[in-house]
Structure formats: structure tokens, C-alpha cells
Design a protein around this ligand. Structure first.
Ligand SMILES: *[C@@H]1O[C@H](CO)[C@@H](O)[C@H](O)[C@H]1NC(C)=O
Ligand SMILES: *[C@@H]1O[C@H](CO)[C@@H](O)[C@H](O)[C@H]1NC(C)=O
Ligand SMILES: *[C@@H]1O[C@H](CO)[C@@H](O)[C@H](O)[C@H]1NC(C)=O
Length: 567
């Protein structure tokens, strides 16, 4: 199996054409085109689909998909700021505060609600100062958008009340987890919470969110196989792996992404150690000629020699870790698939060099453009701008309709689906724009960026945006400086409370009190190193990932045959 795959992999359709060099004028013209794409879709959503979750671009109306919370508007909010539209950002932020209600009888995907709704609101909250909104005194450690994010996240907490700490995939926002809910969820659905939940905890001072996210991550970590891999779907009650395909794509992808980005956002070595352990198993068992295949998680034998469009985030993640050479080669493989079809099919058979039946669609996903953005930042190579321009041209040509942009149902004949996912405005457009705006403030770079930082917090002591931003898996930027600033404030308040308490109490009691407080403070660090850090020679089972590829209504048609279902 491996040998024949490797032989087929040698087929290479890449010519090394010297990249066209874009002038600043050309880049600026491309930025204007991206803006007009955004407004074409965005205005059409407002005119035809709001307050539904999504626009239907063929019938020019709206529908609820992932919930019933005007999802496209929440997801697109920070993109307005990225494009510099402060007045519209302010208008939409207040519409959302007035209209969105999370007390609704809706069965929602825990994963999707977190990355799109909680992530979108957190990011909008953190960018509210830059958008010129009126800020309440405690901002960024408090604010109306933060309270909305917290309210949405609280609705997800019941899903985490399992014996393992791994969450159910679906929760009813009003009633909690249904007694008939399936315990099977994808790996990413377990391990894609730490960015949003730690941000919430550190901004608000309530540790609940970060605690449940960490518990789920640690539980997943302990289920990895003897060869260090995790599968695709797991039973959150029994910890049994239901789908045992290990890879970096659908069902798993953002788990690995969150270990890396969580390590960066929180300066957390435990998360980075987990990732490095997985990465060495991934490189050893799944990588062939800079493609990544799917293998059986216990044996390491190839189960599916396919590339999935969701995997295209990987070169960007590698570049965040400094593995540039490998990132560039993998990107070239993926770009060759793009050029073959003018888009990335959901699945691509590497040995056959062609699409996979029933997976020929291209729902305007962002991942390849996202990687191009990171690699252009890292290398300055204009090849990545060329991919961006190719993407823009083919989205315009294939998927533009009179009222938006439609998912491509089949890249072979350019049939369209009546669907425009909210990630098109949240991610695809945002990463495309940022690719062509290398000095944008979201790239970091201190004062060289456009409007480098702002102050906030009690007494204006927070210096924000100075250390760059971390994007969640829905492209919502989070500011590490705000987390640091707010957790410092709540720590100081706690210390002040302890001091006041000790002053008001007899000496002996105060001593034991502060000792208890010290012990409390040490607990997290201790339990971290015990339960999470890799011990030399330790060989255990691997953790899980998330399931962003399918709507939750279809997610379990796939049980155990994640890649061959007919949905
Ligand atoms: C901001 O968005 C609104 C709504 O689409 C639009 O009418 C307005 O012209 C935009 N402003 C800028 C500066 O682009
Ligand atoms: C949510 O799911 C449960 C269990 O499948 C079902 O009984 C209930 O009717 C669903 N509720 C809604 C609003 O769809
Ligand atoms: C790499 O894979 C081989 C089998 O293909 C295995 O024997 C070896 O232990 C693996 N090494 C690591 C570091 O996983």
C-alpha cells in the first residue's frame, strides 16, 4: 500500500514559473476588489436574509442553519473592522445586542457555536476600542459583547458534564443535553475550545470555561494510541474510538491547531508538548512526499490516500512553528490541486490525481488562502499573492450570483449549491484581504501597523494589540495582551482581598488563610505537570479533534465510515 502510494505521489504537475511581482498599486487594486466582493455578499445578506443565519444565494432569501442567531452577521462583524468600516461595525454591534437571544429551543453544535458565535463576539469585543465604540470603564475586562459571548458559552457548558470531561457534540440551548443525544463526537469537537474558553475566563475572571476546556484536552490526550495518534470520532462516555482514521483533516484539524495557538496565546508549554508529541507521530506515519494521508491510528497503516481541503490549514500552522521548508513544499502540493480544478475539492485522491465521488464540492473554504497569508508573511514570495489572485478570480467566475456567492457543488462542472456559509465572510474574505495588506494591524508589528495599539482597562493600564493577534479557527482574532492584562487585574484584586481579609482577622487564622490561598494558586500548575506533560518513555493513547465538515444534522450519518457516507 505504502509503496504504491509513494510511486503515485511522484507525479508532479508543478512547473517552477517565476512568480509575477505585484506592485503596491496592484495590491491596492486587489484589495478594492476584495472589498467589493464583501459588500456584494454582505449587503445582500442584510437585504434578503437577516435575521436568518445564512443567505441562500440562488433563491435570494435566508435560512437558519447552525442555530437561529443571525450567524452570518455575528461571523462577519470583525471583518467589517478589518476592512475599515467603523460605522457599520458600531451599527451591527448594537443591532446584535438588541436582537440576538440565546434562550432558544435549538439543538446547536457545541463546536460550531463556540468557534463562530463565541469566537466572533469575543473578537468583536476586543476590537471594539479600535472601532471607536463607546467603552465601559472596565473594558477590555468587561463590556456588552463580552457578556454576550459569555452567555453563549454558558449554554455550551452542560455538554461538558460527562464522566470523561469530553463534551457531547450537540446541546439544546434551552434544555441542555438531550437524554437521547449520541455520545459519539469528532476529535475536533472535543479539543477546539481552549482559545475561546481561556479568553473568556481570563477576561471575566471566571475560571469555569478554561477549566472545562483543559479537562477535555487532557482526557483526549490520554486516549492516544500506543503509536501516538488519535482517531476521528470518539465516544465521550466510554472513551472508545469509533472511527480510527488518524490524519490532519476533517474531524481532527482544529484540535492540532488549538494546541499550537493555545500554546502561543497562553504561553503554555503543556499544550506545545502535546502538539510536538503528535507532530512526530504524524510526520512519521502519515506524511509521504509532503502530502499527509490517513492511517489507522493503532497500526499506522494507510487507510485513505486522500487530501482534504480542510487540511490546507497545515502549512500555515507549520509556518507559525517555524517549519518553513516543509510548509512550503506541502503548500505547493495543495496549490497544484487548486490549479487543476480552480478550487480545492473537499476530497482529492492522491494516487488517482482526481476528485473523490460525492466530495467534489468547494464551499468557498478559506484554508489554502489562510496558509498563503502566513507563508507570504514568512517568505515575501509573491507566489502566495498569485494564489490569492487566482482564488479571487475563480470565486468571481464560478460562484458569484446576483445576490451573493454560492458554494460550488461540483468543481468539475461548476454546479452551485444554494448556500453561502458564514465562514465565507468571516474567513475567506478576511484572509484574502489580509494577504494583500501586509501592514495591517492584525499582523502585529507594533507601530508600523495601521494604528498600532490602544489603551484600556482600569486606569488605562492595558496596552493592547502590541504583541500581534491569534486567529481562532473561524479567523476571529484574539489579543493575547488583553488576556494578560485582565488576568493581572483580577489577580491584583484577589491579592488585595486577601490582604484586607488578613488585616481583619486574628494573626493565626490569617496565616492559615493565606497558606490555603497559596495552595489554591499552586494547584493548576501541579495538576498540569502531572496529568499533561509527556513523561519520557510514556506511550499512551492519543486525543481527539473537531468536526467542522458537516452540518450537525448530518454528522452522524457517518458513524464509523466518516469518509464514505452518502450525505
Ligand atoms: C460600511 O458599510 C455600509 C453597509 O454596507 C456601507 O453603506 C458603507 O458605505 C460602508 N462604509 C465604508 C467606509 O466602506
Ligand atoms: C433536539 O434533539 C432532541 C433529541 O434528538 C429532539 O427530541 C428534539 O425535538 C430536538 N429539538 C429541536 C428543537 O429540534
Ligand atoms: C516511526 O515509524 C516506525 C514504523 O514505521 C516505528 O518503528 C518507529 O518507532 C516510529 N518512530 C516514532 C518516533 O514514532
Amino acid at each position: 500500500m505504502r509503496a504504491s502510494v509513494c510511486a503515485a505521489l511522484l507525479v508532479c504537475f508543478l512547473n517552477d514559473v517565476a512568480a509575477h511581482q505585484f506592485t503596491e498599486q496592484e495590491m491596492s487594486a486587489v484589495r478594492e476588489r476584495i472589498k467589493s466582493m464583501f459588500y456584494h455578499a454582505y449587503n445582500s445578506y442584510l437585504d434578503n436574509a437577516f435575521p436568518y443565519d445564512e443567505l441562500r444565494p440562488l433563491t435570494c432569501d435566508g435560512q437558519d442553519t447552525w442555530g437561529s442567531f443571525s450567524l452570518t452577521l455575528i461571523d462577519a462583524l470583525d471583518t467589517l473592522l478589518v476592512l475599515g468600516n467603523h460605522s457599520e461595525f458600531q451599527r451591527v454591534a448594537s443591532i446584535l445586542q438588541d436582537t440576538v437571544d440565546f434562550d432558544i429551543d435549538v439543538n446547536a453544535s457545541v463546536f460550531e457555536t463556540n468557534i463562530r458565535v463565541v469566537g466572533g463576539l469575543l473578537s468583536a469585543h476586543l476590537l471594539a476600542g479600535r472601532a471607536g465604540m463607546e467603552l465601559e470603564p472596565g473594558w477590555p475586562c468587561s463590556g456588552p459583547l463580552l457578556r454576550m459571548a459569555e452567555e453563549a458559552a454558558r449554554k455550551l457548558i452542560p455538554a461538558f458534564q460527562t464522566p470523561t470531561g469530553m463534551p457531547y457534540g450537540t446541546v439544546n440551548l434551552l434544555h441542555g443535553v438531550s437524554p437521547t443525544e449520541t455520545p459519539v463526537t469528532c476529535t475536533a469537537g472535543v479539543g477546539t475550545f481552549i482559545l475561546e474558553f481561556a479568553t473568556l475566563s481570563r477576561l471575566t475572571g471566571d475560571p469555569t470555561f478554561e477549566d472545562v476546556a483543559r479537562r477535555a484536552l487532557r482526557a483526549l490526550w490520554r486516549t492516544r494510541s500506543d503509536i501516538g495518534l488519535v482517531g476521528n470520532h470518539i465516544d465521550v462516555l466510554s472513551k472508545k474510538w469509533v472511527a480510527q482514521d488518524a490524519g490532519i483533516g476533517a474531524g481532527v484539524d482544529s484540535y492540532f491547531e488549538y494546541l499550537v495557538k493555545g500554546a502561543i496565546l497562553l504561553q503554555d508549554e503543556e499544550l506545545l508538548n502535546m502538539f510536538h508529541a503528535y507532530d512526530s507521530a504524524i510526520q512519521n506515519y502519515t506524511r509521504f512526499d509532503d502530502w499527509y494521508l490517513w492511517v489507522q491510528m493503532h497500526k499506522g497503516t494507510v487507510s485513505m490516500p486522500i487530501f482534504q481541503s480542510l487540511e490546507a490549514f497545515w502549512p500555515g500552522l507549520q509556518s507559525l512553528l517555524g517549519n518553513l521548508d516543509s510548509a512550503v513544499r506541502t503548500f505547493q502540493n495543495y496549490y497544484s490541486v487548486w490549479r487543476q480544478f480552480g478550487g480545492l475539492p473537499e476530497f482529492y485522491s492522491i494516487p488517482q490525481g482526481y476528485t473523490v465521488e460525492k466530495r467534489e464540492g468547494y464551499p468557498l473554504r478559506p484554508e489554502l488562502i489562510e496558509s498563503a497569508m502566513y507563508l507570504y508573511r514568512a517568505t515575501g514570495d509573491h507566489t502566495y499573492l498569485q494564489l490569492g489572485l487566482d482564488a479571487l478570480e475563480s470565486i468571481e467566475k464560478i460562484s458569484r450570483t446576483s445576490c451573493g456567492y454560492a458554494s460550488v457543488k461540483d468543481l468539475r462542472d461548476h454546479q452551485l449549491d444554494n448556500r453561502m456559509e458564514s465562514f465565507f465572510l468571516a474567513e475567506t474574505i478576511k484572509y484574502l484581504y489580509l494577504l494583500f495588506d501586509p501592514t495591517h494591524f492584525l499582523h502585529g508589528g507594533g507601530t508600523e501597523g495601521d494604528g498600532s495599539w490602544e489603551e484600556g482597562g482600569e486606569g488605562g493600564q492595558c496596552v493592547l494589540g502590541a504583541g500581534g493577534f491569534i486567529f481562532n479557527t473561524e479567523a476571529h482574532p484574539l489579543d493575547p495582551a488583553a488576556l494578560y492584562c485582565c488576568s493581572r487585574h483580577s489577580q491584583e484584586r484577589q491579592e488585595l482581598r486577601d490582604v484586607l481579609l488578613s488585616l481583619s482577622q486574628p494573626r493565626e487564622k490569617a496565616d492559615s488563610q493565606s497558606k490555603a490561598a497559596n495552595e489554591r494558586a499552586e494547584e493548576p500548575a501541579q495538576s498540569q505537570s502531572e496529568s499533561i506533560a509527556l513523561k519520557p518513555g510514556e506511550r499512551k493513547t492519543p486525543p481527539a479533534l473537531s468536526c467542522p465538515v458537516q452540518p450537525f444534522s448530518a454528522r452522524l450519518s457517518v458513524l464509523g465510515q466518516v469518509f464514505s457516507d452518502n450525505s
